[in-house]
Design a protein around this ligand. Structure first.
Ligand SMILES: NC(=O)c1ccc[n+]([C@@H]2O[C@H](COP(=O)([O-])OP(=O)(O)OC[C@H]3O[C@@H](n4cnc5c(N)ncnc54)[C@H](O)[C@@H]3O)[C@@H](O)[C@H]2O)c1
Ligand SMILES: O=C(O)C[C@H](O)C(=O)O
Length: 333
């Protein structure tokens, strides 16, 4: 059987800690499939060039059968040329005690510059995932400064929050995480996000049951559960003195895999995507919605009932994103 053509995957910030966890996952087929050859493009900035070269040496040493080539560069044009998937991790991470807004000005100017490079040099139909914070707003800036990239091709990572929500429910109910599905992260990848279990279910021997019915503790679901998921990034920073890396890398693989290869029938996942006004979320924000994916395209799940409690939470996180958007533009001007 003829083998598939390699897919070129760009990872920016590849010498950083998420990059170090992510590139071996991609080279092993975790992101695009066990039969899909890949060529890795790794981009970082000149102060990280030596470390980046060290990562390249380790990729060679690991002798990954699917890895058909490695481009390790500090030249943004070389990094972006011909890429089919771009995972944008490069930027300055939040440290203990910093608010996400503190990292805004540094990161939005990077995303403005890299938008132009991707627009000019990436493959047509390149799919872009922004991981670096503020993830939704960096993705929005990338979209606005790369007007020829279709908006459906630009997304940001909230799958980590989604997976965190699955993990919390699985621990609480003592069930396999793979038996929990259809949690939703609405809004911003920040502490205003709304982790919603109102449509989530668990596979049980007696069929699928609603999470709310099985947990049978609305005070926990509306209180500690939500704040644990919202604050998980900060809790990891406090514990590790570094922000999450292996879980972020793994969730980035989940995001791209489902986008490219499709979501299982009856399952939805959370992705930060350009709002079309669904669920009365203002158009023109990158907002996390429940989506299904098929044939390489995501579609927002429509028609889910939103109660009054949820409505307020959807609006609160939208308001924060509108403020971030204004702040980002003020940083750029
Ligand atoms: N969306 C999420 O779920 C999520 C989760 C965890 C972390 N993050 C964010 O991901 C980003 C990366 O985190 P990390 O822990 O890997 O940070 P890190 O500091 O270890 O790595 C970042 C890398 O980016 C590089 N870099 C800086 N400017 C760059 C540029 N202009 N072009 C290319 N590379 C550049 C740095 O040299 C560094 O190697 C941070 O913004 C962090 O807050 C997001
Ligand atoms: O919260 C952060 O700044 C880190 C990261 O976005 C995370 O969610 O782990």
């Amino acid at each position: 059987m003829a083998s598939k053509e390699p897919i070129r995957v760009l990872v920016t910030g590849a010498a950083g800690q998420i990059g170090y966890a992510l590139v071996p996952m991609i080279a092993r087929g975790v992101m695009l499939g066990a039969d899909q050859p890949v060529i890795l493009h790794m981009l970082d900035i000149p102060p990280a060039a030596e470390a980046l070269n060290g990562v390249k040496m380790e990729l060679v040493d690991a002798a990954f059968p699917l890895l058909k080539g490695v481009v390790a560069t500090t030249d943004v044009v070389e990094g972006c040329t011909g890429v089919n998937v771009a995972v944008m991790v490069g930027g300055f991470p939040r440290k203990e005690g910093m608010e996400r807004k503190d990292v805004m000005s540094k990161n939005v100017s990077i995303y403005k510059a890299q938008a132009s490079a991707l627009e000019k040099h990436a493959a047509a139909n390149c799919k872009v995932l922004v991981v670096a914070n503020p993830a939704n707003t960096n993705a929005l800036i990338l979209k606005e400064f790369a007007p020829s990239i279709p908006e459906k091709n630009i997304s940001c990572l909230t799958r980590l929050d989604h997976n965190r929500a699955l993990g919390q429910i699985s621990e609480r109910l003592n069930v396999q995480v793979s038996d929990v599905k259809n949690v939703i992260i609405w809004g911003n990848h920040s502490s205003t996000q709304y982790p919603d279990v109102n449509h989530a279910t668990v596979k049980t021997p007696a069929g699928e049951k609603p999470v709310r019915e099985l947990v049978a503790d609305d005070a926990w679901l509306n209180g500690e559960f939500i704040s644990t998921v919202q604050q998980r990034g900060a809790a990891i920073i406090k514990a590790r003195k570094l922000s999450s890396a292996l879980s972020a890398a793994s969730s980035a693989c989940d995001h791209i895999r489902d986008w490219v290869l499709g979501t299982p029938e009856g399952t939805f996942v959370s992705m930060g995507v350009y709002s079309d006004g669904s669920y009365n979320v203002p158009a023109g924000l990158i907002y996390s919605f429940p989506v299904t994916c098929k044939n390489g395209e995501w579609t927002i799940v429509q028609g889910l009932a939103i109660d009054e409690y949820s409505r307020k939470k959807l609006d609160l996180t939208a308001d924060e994103l509108s403020e971030e958007k204004a702040l980002a533009y003020s940083c750029l001007s």
